[in-house]
Design a protein around this ligand. Sequence first.
Ligand code: ZN
Length: 155
Amino acid sequence: MTISNHTVGTFHYTLTDNFGNILDTSSGRDALSYIHGIGNLIPGMEEGLEGKSAGEKFTVKISPEKGYGAKEPGLIRQVSRTQFEEQDLQVGMRFRTPAGISTITLIENDTVTLDANHPLAGVELNFDVEITDVRAATKEELAHGHVHGPGGHRH
Ligand code: ZN
């Protein structure tokens, strides 16, 4: 069976940026299961997985447009350090802000730069993928919009 609409694809992946930094990996965890064709995954990933079958290993390269979108400059703001209750501010800390979840990307003197873009916005994504299973989705899974069992919802 190959991955097509309304099949459940299960795969291991390692995500790297163009500098070879590992951003995420399923190694050491359950493989990821998803229902193909209903928007569970970013568009570029679904395109890369379409038509693949269990046992296949390959790399999917995804542009920001088909990943987490371009970085929007309007979502980057500079605020005064005095606006934080937290004393020990550090780059990488995340806060809930009116613009969404924001990450501190720079601290210079009393100015803190907050970025509400998705952390992977503007990043070209390289997924090393190994498909471990492909099966038909059940009616219940399709009704819920997610996979049940290992690698999916357990409810
Ligand atoms: Zn469910």
